[in-house]
Design a protein around this ligand. Structure first.
Ligand SMILES: CC(C)(COP(=O)(O)OP(=O)(O)OC[C@H]1O[C@@H](n2cnc3c(N)ncnc32)[C@H](O)[C@@H]1OP(=O)(O)O)[C@@H](O)C(=O)NCCC(=O)NCCS
Length: 325
């Protein structure tokens, strides 16, 4: 018995913000951004769009591909750190919008590793026999927690959502393993200081820009490459595979340089590696399910294809999964 992906979907908001648009907002330029990050453009949610709206559309597309209705779903897990509200969970809002009345729903806060954490959670749920089908979603509206006057961070992130439907099925195809890690000692290198219990809402906090993301880019970069490489090797070794067996490497899309360094250290070719960071930037918890959906719809994922996925994010959190399609 394995948890198999039987449907994928994604949603990217319409507005495209290019590097040239950013040139008009902060002291930066297109060539610098492309050279340091590989990012050419990102999508920005409309004023009337929020995380649960994008997540719902991605989920509907995944359900449609799976040939299921929302009522067939037993569990909804959303990996997000930019939910509509601090609470209730965006998962509950998605449940209501979908009409998934037989599911229970919650969010997972693991930043850019959110989708892999959610996938692991849903896999455990299905393998325990508690339910038959789960919706696993990664969805973010990072544009709302970005300081658009800070050139160090505003160039990197974008908005979007991706979803997969997992079903417990007999056979050898599906999620083969999940390896997850955290190290809270690094929390300060990538975080959002306000507003929460530590720094509750205040006019002084707004003045100090506490609701915006903070990042030490250089430090994050180094730990990310090391961790992604190690946890990817662990996934392959645990299942008795080598890099040569990987059909598609679908990593968290943070930055082209991180992706290329990791791909090289793993001995993977560019044909094995799926990259779309140039189009969407870093959509945090949404990058992996968006990329899985794109790869799937491009016909790159065939029955039996081995998919290696790895993510790294604030917390720090990181992890990998190996999936046989
Ligand atoms: C953010 C990042 C692109 C910066 O690239 P970098 O090569 O490390 O660049 P540095 O931060 O060392 O900055 C180099 C110079 O460029 C400048 N710079 C920073 N942002 C700039 C921008 N948008 N445009 C132009 N110049 C910029 C810096 O001020 C610095 O100038 P100085 O040397 O005069 O001080 C890179 O560190 C990175 O991608 N880190 C990982 C971030 C990430 O992926 N986070 C999410 C993980 S899930």
């Amino acid at each position: 018995m394995k948890a198999r992906i039987i449907g994928t979907g994604s949603y990217l908001p319409e507005e495209i913000r290019t590097n040239y648009d950013l040139e008009k907002m902060v002291d930066t330029n297109h060539d610098w951004i492309v050279a340091r990050t590989g990012i050419v453009q990102r999508r920005i949610a409309g004023d009337d769009e929020c995380t649960s709206d994008m997540a719902t559309i991605a989920a509907q597309r995944a359900l449609e591909m799976a040939g299921l209705t929302a009522e067939d779903i037993d569990l909804i897990v959303v990996g997000t750190i930019t939910g509509d509200y601090p609470w209730p969970a965006t998962g509950c809002l998605v449940q209501a919008k979908l009409g998934a009345k037989n599911a229970y729903a919650y969010d997972i806060s693991a930043a850019c590793s959110g989708f892999l954490y959610a996938l692991s959670n849903a896999n455990d749920f299905l393998m325990s026999g508690r339910g038959k089908r789960a919706l696993v979603i990664g969805a973010e509206t990072f544009s709302r927690i970005i300081d658009w006057t800070d050139r160090n961070t505003c160039i990197l992130f974008g908005d979007g959502a991706g979803a997969v439907v997992l079903e417990a099925q007999e056979g050898d195809s599906g999620v083969l393993s999940c390896h997850l890690y955290s190290d809270g000692n690094y929390w300060e290198l990538l975080h959002q200081p306000g507003f929460g219990a530590k720094n509750p809402a205040s006019a002084a906090g707004i003045e100090a820009k506490l609701p915006f993301l903070r990042m030490e880019g250089n430090e994050v970069f180094k730990v990310a490459v090391r961790s992604l490489t190690k946890v990817s090797k662990e996934a392959l070794a645990a299942n008795g595979y080598t890099s040569a067996d990987v059909g598609q490497f679908i990593p968290h899309q943070a930055n082209l340089r991180i992706l290329e360094a990791t791909t090289k250290r793993l001995g993977l070719t560019s044909e094995q590696s799926f990259i779309n960071v140039h189009k969407y930037g870093n959509t945090s918890g949404a990058t992996i399910p968006i990329a899985i959906d794109e790869a799937n719809r491009q016909g790159l994922l065939k029955e039996g294809t081995l998919i290696l996925s790895a993510a790294f994010g604030g917390g720090f959190t990181w992890g990998s999964t190996l999936i046989r399609w």
